[in-house]
Design a protein. Structure first.
Lengths: 156, 157
């Protein structure tokens, strides 16, 4: 075998070794678990706390109802009014908007959010969104007694 | 002479191969460390969320509903001398009502938005979780719950 041929063979062996190393590394990369990114830690606690907040709507007497009762009333009887003669659904939208914007101000930490109240396989009855993002982390909670669920998706 | 050249060539190739593998090892290690760091952060956030939700459900802090914080309980605990840091193994614990910026003092309570229950000498980044802060509001003659936040650091967080 000539010297030039020997060098070509050496070079080919080197390429084969490199290719094998590359394949091994690629395999390890692809087999490594994808980091969990489906949940936003504060999202769940927000959805747990939200229904317990007291709203500004009184139905009978002077007792102010909770956001949970407000949601249930708006879903079940959309035309109903609070004692202040405002539509329950209007108060609900304003209350939810105020709470979501307070909890997730768009800035350095939160780039955007999308909050919905919806029944499975139907368009949301409430959609609040802000910011511009492509990848969201989120959580959802069912609203007892309605079949509806609250969902919050945030991008950071 | 020809033999020496061949040995030199082989030595160069071996050195180049060693350098190449060393570089690959460095890149691989840094990539793995980066992903481990992300996993640790995610676990810390998860543990922090769990810690805060456990705290909120302790009899000392729990309000009238599941997961609510009693604003009155928090104030009493902050004002008293209860060694909370040792009891809960925390360096920092604060409860806040969102949108109210006043720190609670004896003169301002309950119309204030922040009660610090534990403030250690040194504490890291606090873990956060939302909770409803509930108190009796004499102006409406019923309990009022407002959206708030619990911040905790230390312990298992």
């Amino acid at each position: 075998m000539k010297r030039g041929q020997e060098e070509i063979v050496g070079f080919a062996v080197l390429l084969v070794v490199l290719a094998i190393v590359g394949v091994i590394l690629l395999g390890m990369y692809l087999r490594s678990p994808v980091p969990e990114s489906s949940t936003f830690p504060e999202g769940g606690s927000f959805l747990d706390a939200l229904p317990q907040v007291t709203s500004s709507c009184a139905l009978t007497g002077d007792r102010l109802i909770s956001v949970h009762e407000l949601l249930v009333q708006c879903i079940m009887q959309p035309g109903k009014q609070c004692a202040s003669e405002e539509l329950i659904c209007t108060v609900m939208n304003n209350t939810l908007h105020s709470l979501v914007t307070q909890a997730f101000p768009i800035g350095s930490r939160i780039e955007g959010y999308r909050f919905t109240v919806s029944e499975p396989d139907t368009p949301p009855v409430v959609t609040l969104s802000a910011g511009n993002c492509t990848s969201y982390q989120g959580d959802q909670r069912f609203l007892p007694g309605t079949g509806y669920s609250l969902a919050l998706f945030v991008c950071t | 002479m020809k033999g020496q050249l061949k040995i030199q060539e082989m030595a160069f190739v071996i050195v180049a191969l060693v350098l190449l593998f060393a570089l690959i090892a460095v890149f691989f290690t840094s990539w793995r460390l980066h992903s481990v760091k992300g996993e640790v952060e995610a676990l810390q956030e998860y543990a922090g969320g769990k810690l805060v939700s456990q705290l909120v459900n302790t009899p000392e802090l729990q309000g009238s509903c599941q997961g609510c914080v009693s604003w009155d309980h928090a104030w009493v605990l902050a004002e008293g001398n209860y060694s909370l840091a040792d009891r809960w193994n925390l360096d920092y614990l604060e409860v806040q009502i969102l949108g109210v910026n006043r720190t609670c003092t004896a003169q301002q309570y309950p119309e204030c938005g922040s009660i610090t229950l534990i403030r250690g000498d040194a504490y890291g980044t606090a873990q956060r979780a939302f909770s409803a802060m509930c108190y009796w509001d004499p102006s409406i003659n019923q309990e009022r719950c407002q959206l708030g936040m619990v911040l905790a650091s230390g312990g298992k967080a």
